[in-house]
Design a protein around this ligand. Structure first.
Ligand code: AMP
Ligand code: MN
Ligand code: MN
Ligand code: MN
Length: 299
C-alpha cells in the first residue's frame, strides 16, 4: 500500500474521552477522505464492534485499535495497539486491570482540588464521562471549563492536572512489557504514541525505544496531531534508526477542543515503512459484493 494513503489510526470516542460516538467518528472520517481508520480509545476496546460496523456500512477500511496507558521511568507513556483480535482474553484482562485504578484516582483528584477551593469535581467530571470506568483527566478539564475555573481545557491541564499541580495524582499504569505483550499476543502491532510529548532525557528516550523493540514493539507515531513539522522529521529519523514502522493519526477527541481534524494530517515523510504495510492481513475491508450497494451504483 502507498505511504500517501490517508490513514488516520488514532482518535477517541465517547467510550473514553472523546465527545463523538464511534458512528459519528466513522462518518466524519469518511467525509474527510480517510481511507483507513482506527478508533483507539484509552484502555478500552468495547467500542470496537460499533466502529468496525459503522466503517463497514459506509465503505471505510478499518483496523481495530486501542491506546494503552503505561508507566515508564515515572512517566505516563501511551502505546497504541492496531489490528489485534478484540476477543483475545489476555488483552481484555489486561485492559480491565489497567483501567481499574481510574475510579479511586478520580476521587483523590477531586479531594485535592477541594483543597484549592474547587468543589464537586468528581460528580462534575462523572457527568462528562460517557463510560464511568474510563473517567479521565479530560472529563475533569471539561467540568472546570463549564464551571468557569478556566477558559479552555488546555489551561486546566496547565494549571491543575499536570505533575506538580494541585489536581494531579500520581498513578501507576501498565508496564511497557505487559502492554506490548497484550497487543502482540492478540495478533496486533504495538506503536509508541506521540513520542515528542514525553519529557524524557535523551538516555531515557533511548531506553524507551530499545525496551519497546525488545518486547516486540514494531511501530512509532511519526505524523500525529501532537507533533510539529520538525518533530515529524526527527521521529522519522528515530523510526529508521530503530527499524520501526511509521504510523499516522490525528488523536482527534472533539470538534470543539481538537486542533487537528480527523484525516487532515500531511503524509508520512519519505523512506519509511508505513505501519499499515505490516497490517495488510488485519484490515477489515467493507464487503466488496454488497448487492444493495451494487444495485445503487448500477452493477
Ligand atoms: P488520563 O488518561 O486520565 O491521564 O488523561 C489523559 C488525557 O488527557 C490525554 O489522552 C489527553 O486527551 C488529555 N490531555 C493530556 N494533556 C493535555 C493537555 N495539555 N491539554 C489537553 N488535553 C490533555
Ligand atoms: Mn485522551
Ligand atoms: Mn495519548
Ligand atoms: Mn490519544
Amino acid at each position: 500500500m502507498s505511504s500517501t494513503l490517508n490513514a488516520d489510526l488514532h482518535c477517541h470516542s465517547t467510550i473514553s474521552d472523546g465527545t463523538l460516538t464511534p458512528e459519528a467518528l466513522a462518518a466524519r472520517a469518511k467525509a474527510n477522505g480517510v481511507e483507513l481508520w482506527a478508533l483507539t480509545d484509552h484502555d478500552e476496546i468495547s467500542g470496537q464492534q460499533r466502529a468496525a460496523a459503522a466503517a463497514a456500512a459506509i465503505g471505510l477500511p478499518y483496523l481495530t485499535g486501542v491506546e494503552i496507558s503505561v508507566t515508564f521511568i515515572h512517566q505516563t507513556v501511551h502505546i497504541v495497539g492496531l489490528g489485534f483480535d478484540p476477543a483475545n482474553e489476555a488483552l481484555q484482562r489486561g485492559l480491565v486491570q489497567t483501567r481499574g485504578g481510574r475510579g479511586q484516582r478520580a476521587i483523590e483528584m477531586s479531594e485535592s482540588l477541594t483543597k484549592v477551593g474547587i468543589h464537586g469535581a468528581y460528580d462534575g467530571a462523572l457527568k462528562y464521562a460517557g463510560n464511568p470506568a474510563l473517567i479521565s483527566r479530560t472529563h475533569f478539564a471539561r467540568f472546570m471549563v463549564e464551571t468557569g475555573v478556566c477558559r479552555e481545557t488546555n489551561e486546566v491541564f496547565r494549571k491543575y492536572l499536570t505533575e506538580g499541580k494541585p489536581g494531579f495524582v500520581e498513578h501507576r499504569w501498565a508496564s511497557l512489557k505487559d502492554a506490548v505483550g497484550w497487543i502482540t499476543g492478540a495478533g496486533g502491532v504495538a506503536v509508541i504514541a506521540h513520542p515528542a510529548r514525553y519529557k524524557f532525557s535523551a538516555n531515557e528516550e533511548y531506553a524507551l525505544f530499545t525496551e519497546f523493540k525488545n518486547h516486540g514493539g514494531q511501530g512509532v507515531e511519526v505524523v500525529t496531531g501532537s507533533h510539529s513539522a520538525a518533530e515529524y522529521l526527527s521521529y522519522a529519523d528515530t523510526a529508521r534508526e530503530f527499524g520501526l514502522a511509521a504510523s499516522r493519526g490525528s488523536d482527534f477527541h472533539s470538534p470543539d477542543e481538537s486542533h487537528t481534524e480527523l484525516g487532515s494530517l500531511p503524509p508520512l515523510p519519505g523512506q519509511l515503512t508505513p505501519v499499515w504495510d505490516l497490517l495488510a492481513q488485519r484490515i477489515l475491508h467493507p464487503t466488496r459484493h454488497d448487492p444493495v450497494a451494487d444495485a445503487a451504483i448500477g452493477h
